[in-house]
Write a protein that binds this ligand. Structure first.
Ligand SMILES: Nc1ccn([C@@H]2O[C@H](COP(=O)(O)O)[C@@H](O)[C@H]2O)c(=O)n1
Ligand code: G3P
Length: 324
C-alpha cells in the first residue's frame, strides 16, 4: 500500500486522517467452494488476506482505526465451531494497533445470535442493536448502520422484528425459497431473506445523528453491510429500505460517502445528490496469493480509497451541495 499520492505530496497536502477497511472475510475451515451463481469462494485463504491486511495497516503507522464491513465467518462454518471461529477472526482484527469498528452481516447471524455475536465484536448494546456512530476528528462523523435491524435472521423466531421481516418477505417475494429472486424485477429483487432493513427506531436515531452533524458542520460517512444505491450494487444485494434511508440522508447535506460490503464483486456510483457510494470487493473471493483490503485517506474536500490488489482505488471528490 502506498501513502499520500504524488500530487498531494508535491502540494504538501496531508490527509486529515486515514483508516483501514476490509469486507466479507467469510472465513471457514472448509474446502474452497462457490456461490450459488458459481463464483469461487476461498474459505481458508480469506483469513490469510485479513492477516496480510492487519500487517499492512500496522506498517502504515498512521491509520487511526479500521472498519470491518461484516460477514467475518461464513454460513457454511460447522455450527459447533461458530463461536471459536468468530472469536478467531475477531482476534485477528485485534492484532491491529488501534480501534476496530465492526458491522454485522448475514453470515455472522447464520453463525451466532446477536447476544453472543455483539460482545465478540465489541458492539456494546443492551438490546441487540448493532448501530452506532463515532467522530474520530471534529470535522467528520462515521455512522455504522445495522442492515439486519428488521430481518428474518439473527433475532429469535418469535421476535417482533423477525415477524415484521417475514411479513415483508411474504408480501414482496412469492417464491417458496425466500432467497430466490426468480420473477422479481429490478430493485424489487432485493426482497431476499439474506438482506434486511433499517427499522423505525434506527431511522429516528439516524435522523438525530444527521441533525447533530449538520449543527456541528461535520461531514458524514455512512457505513452499512448492505449497499444503499442501485448504481453501485447488484439489485439483489440492496438494503430492503435503501430508498427510505437515502430519502432521509438526502434531506441533509452532511453525508458525503456511503460505504458497504455484501455484493462481493464491488461497485461504485455517484447518486443524484452527489453522494459517493462505494461497495467493497470481498476478501473471500481472492484466489490464494491475492488480496482485497485497503485504506482511505480523508481530506476536507474528498476521500481517497487506496486499494490493494483486487480492491480498486477510488478518488471521491465532494461536489457542491446539491439539495439546497
Ligand atoms: N440468484 C440467486 C442467488 C442466490 N440464491 C439463493 O441464495 C442462497 C445464497 O446464495 P449465495 O450466492 O450466497 O451462495 C443460495 O443458496 C440460494 O438459495 C438464489 O436462489 N438465486
Ligand atoms: O452474503 P452472501 O455471501 O450470501 O452473498 C450475498 C450476495 O453477494 C448478494 O448479491
Amino acid at each position: 500500500m502506498g501513502s499520500v499520492s504524488g500530487l498531494d505530496a508535491a502540494q504538501g497536502r496531508q490527509p486529515l486522517f486515514s483508516f483501514g477497511l476490509i469486507s466479507d472475510v467469510q472465513y471457514a475451515d472448509i474446502p474452497d467452494g462457490r456461490s450459488f451463481l458459481g463464483v469461487p469462494r476461498y474459505y481458508r485463504h480469506s483469513i490469510i488476506v485479513l492477516q496480510r491486511a492487519v500487517k499492512e495497516w500496522n506498517a502504515h503507522q498512521k491509520l487511526k482505526f479500521v472498519i470491518n464491513f461484516g460477514d467475518i465467518v461464513d454460513g457454511y462454518c460447522p455450527k459447533d465451531q461458530s463461536f471459536s471461529m468468530v472469536k478467531k477472526v475477531a482476534d485477528e482484527f485485534d492484532n491491529f494497533k488501534g480501534p476496530v469498528y465492526h458491522m454485522i452481516g448475514n453470515h455472522c447471524l447464520y453463525n451466532l445470535p446477536r447476544s453472543k455475536l455483539l460482545p465478540l465484536l465489541k458492539i456494546h448494546s443492551l438490546d441487540g442493536r448493532a448501530y452506532y456512530d463515532f467522530s474520530p476528528v471534529p470535522e467528520y462523523r462515521f455512522v455504522l448502520l445495522d442492515g439486519y435491524d428488521i430481518s428474518a435472521i439473527g433475532w429469535p423466531q418469535d421476535h417482533a422484528r423477525t415477524l415484521v421481516a417475514l411479513k415483508i418477505l411474504e408480501e414482496k417475494n412469492p417464491n417458496k425459497d425466500k432467497n430466490s429472486p426468480i420473477g422479481l424485477m429490478g430493485p424489487e429483487s432485493r426482497f431476499l431473506m439474506f438482506n434486511g432493513a433499517v427499522g423505525r427506531e434506527q431511522m429516528k436515531w439516524l435522523d438525530g445523528v444527521l441533525q447533530e452533524a449538520t449543527k456541528l458542520n461535520q461531514k458524514v460517512v455512512v457505513c452499512c453491510h448492505l449497499p444503499l444505491d442501485p448504481g453501485a450494487s447488484s439489485m439483489q444485494a440492496l438494503l430492503w429500505n435503501y430508498d427510505e434511508v437515502m430519502d432521509l440522508i438526502h434531506r441533509y447535506n452532511c453525508v458525503k460517502v456511503c460505504l458497504a460490503g455484501h455484493d462481493h464483486k464491488g461497485g461504485y456510483s455517484v447518486d443524484s445528490h452527489g453522494i459517493h457510494h462505494r461497495v467493497l470487493e470481498a476478501a473471500l473471493e481472492c484466489p490464494p496469493g491475492t488480496d482485497a483490503f485497503g485504506y482511505i485517506d480523508v481530506y476536507e474536500d474528498r476521500v481517497s480509497l487506496i486499494g490493494t490488489d483486487r480492491m480498486q482505488c477510488t478518488d471521491m471528490y465532494f461536489g457542491p451541495q446539491s439539495n439546497v
